[in-house]
Design a protein around this ligand. Structure first.
Ligand code: SF4
Ligand code: SF4
Length: 82
């Protein structure tokens, strides 16, 4: 674990399924083809995308149940390390 405390989102299949409901349909994900780079989902747990020049456009994270459950802030976990 690279993180500690209750902000940590566990990298589980269940959480990845939740993430897919949000990240994979957001403007940023589609615009930058984030599915072609690693990590390709659950950025709040796995870290930022390795895709080049990811911008901060239309993040859906604040609507995600893991965002509130783990007291996350800011969003854009694919682009910005918090
Ligand atoms: S907070 Fe964002 S990155 Fe984390 S699981 Fe939810 S949609 Fe995915
Ligand atoms: S972290 Fe936010 S901006 Fe990035 S892919 Fe997920 S929903 Fe979109």
């Amino acid at each position: 674990m690279s993180n500690s405390g209750n902000n940590t989102v566990p990298d589980t299949e269940e959480n990845r399924q939740i993430c897919r409901k949000y990240c994979k349909i957001c403007e940023n994900y589609k615009r930058h083809s984030l599915g072609n780079y690693q990590p390709d989902e659950l950025f709040c747990s796995c870290g930022t995308s390795s895709a080049p020049s990811v911008k901060e456009i239309g993040c859906f994270c604040p609507a995600c149940e893991l965002f509130s459950k783990h007291h996350l802030r800011g969003g854009y976990f694919c682009a910005v390390r918090h």
